[in-house]
Design a binder for this molecule. Structure first.
Ligand SMILES: *[C@@H]1O[C@H](CO)[C@@H](O)[C@H](O)[C@H]1NC(C)=O
Ligand SMILES: *[C@@H]1O[C@H](CO)[C@@H](O)[C@H](O)[C@H]1NC(C)=O
Ligand SMILES: *[C@@H]1O[C@H](CO)[C@@H](O)[C@H](O)[C@H]1NC(C)=O
Ligand SMILES: *[C@@H]1O[C@H](CO)[C@@H](O)[C@H](O)[C@H]1NC(C)=O
Ligand SMILES: *[C@@H]1O[C@H](CO)[C@@H](O)[C@H](O)[C@H]1NC(C)=O
Length: 293
């Protein structure tokens, strides 16, 4: 008998909240990014005579009225929430509000109350969780050893994100991975993961970094390590220099040779010419004398 009573109690406890959530349909938790707008909605699933819908914030010190909607008074947003909250769809069956530019102080649970006659109020509850996730910063540092490159990635978020380095190429792998977390003054956490990329042989390589946080879409960034075969670049550079030096040297040698040959020929010819002239000169003078006569 006692066992039966316990089972019956468990059955009642199990079924009771389900019955409540069936009456009002709403999201139990909403993840919202800092600074964005969030839409909270409640839908009454049963036909009831609703007099008014009230939105409240469930604070530790008590429930605080945010806004009300009734056919008689229309939409009313209480002072203190007027810059923050507005109705999106105001109705006695469907009722939704928008919270603008969500900040830390807006985090918490919100209630929608359908005040019905004669059943009293039916309440839906939605809890707002804030998150912040910034794009990860991926840095690549070359280590002294050409075969190893140090890769580090850091992402800032709230709550603390997980930061994962990845490399799509199969011959490359990360080793000696370490993670450091630093809590910032605004309650965000900067997580930095550093690892050594091994097997990098100078060809282009792509490394990726993913920042994840709860069920929020992850943010991935990629960076390409350019082909850094420094020594081979230098070799081809010096090869080119060597070729050009050889080429200019050859050119100089050839020019000097040609010049020498020409000069030699020229000297010979001028010697011949001068001897010819010397031999010819008296004859010429004679010819001139002959002409004048
Ligand atoms: C309430 O909202 C739901 C979904 O948003 C919609 O399907 C339904 O028709 C709405 N009902 C009324 C009475 O506006
Ligand atoms: C890298 O090499 C330089 C000089 O060759 C040395 O001073 C430095 O400590 C080395 N760094 C590492 C991390 O081994
Ligand atoms: C990894 O760390 C160990 C010890 O901390 C060190 O001996 C080893 O050389 C490191 N390996 C790489 C690839 O840096
Ligand atoms: C919180 O601090 C981090 C690190 O200082 C910064 O990157 C981030 O933008 C800050 N977040 C807000 C909402 O101010
Ligand atoms: C540079 O490239 C050449 C061939 O392309 C290769 O033989 C050599 O090992 C490479 N050097 C480094 C440091 O990767």
């Amino acid at each position: 008998m006692a066992n039966h009573a316990v089972l019956y109690l468990l059955f009642v406890v199990e079924i009771f909240p389900k019955g409540l959530t069936d009456v009002i349909q709403t999201q139990q938790t909403v993840m919202v990014k800092v600074g964005e707008d969030v839409h909270l909605s409640c839908q009454l699933m049963q036909t009831k005579d609703v007099l008014q819908v009230t939105w409240q914030k469930d604070l530790p010190e008590g429930k605080k009225n945010i806004a009300t909607y009734s056919e008689h008074y229309g939409q009313t947003v209480n002072p203190g929430f007027q810059d923050k909250v507005e109705f999106k769809d105001a109705g006695l069956k469907n009722c939704s509000i928008v919270i603008r530019k969500v900040m830390e102080q807006d985090e918490g649970c919100y209630l929608c109350l359908f005040n019905t006659f004669p059943d009293g109020s039916l309440t839906g509850r939605t809890c707002l969780h804030l998150y912040e996730l910034h794009e990860p910063i991926l840095q690549i540092r070359e280590s002294n050893s050409t075969e190893e490159t140090v890769v580090s990635c850091s992402a800032t978020g709230r709550p603390a994100p997980t930061v994962t380095l990845n490399v799509p190429q199969q011959d490359l792998y990360f080793s000696n991975s370490s993670t450091v977390s630093v809590t910032n003054t605004n309650a965000t956490v900067t997580v930095t993961t550093t690892a050594v990329l091994s097997g990098f042989r100078g060809n282009d390589a792509q490394v990726g970094c993913a920042a994840r946080l709860l069920s929020v879409p992850e943010i991935q960034v990629f960076k390409t390590i350019p082909a850094v075969n420094q020594s081979s670049d230098d070799e081809t550079g010096s090869d080119k220099n060597f070729i050009s030096i050889v080429a200019s040297f050859t050119a100089v040698v050839v020019s000097v040779f040609v010049f020498t040959v020409l000069l030699h020929k020229h000297k010979n010819r001028s010697f011949q010419l001068s001897t010819q002239m010397r031999l010819q000169t008296p004859q010429d003078e004679n010819q001139k004398e002959e002409k004048t006569e």
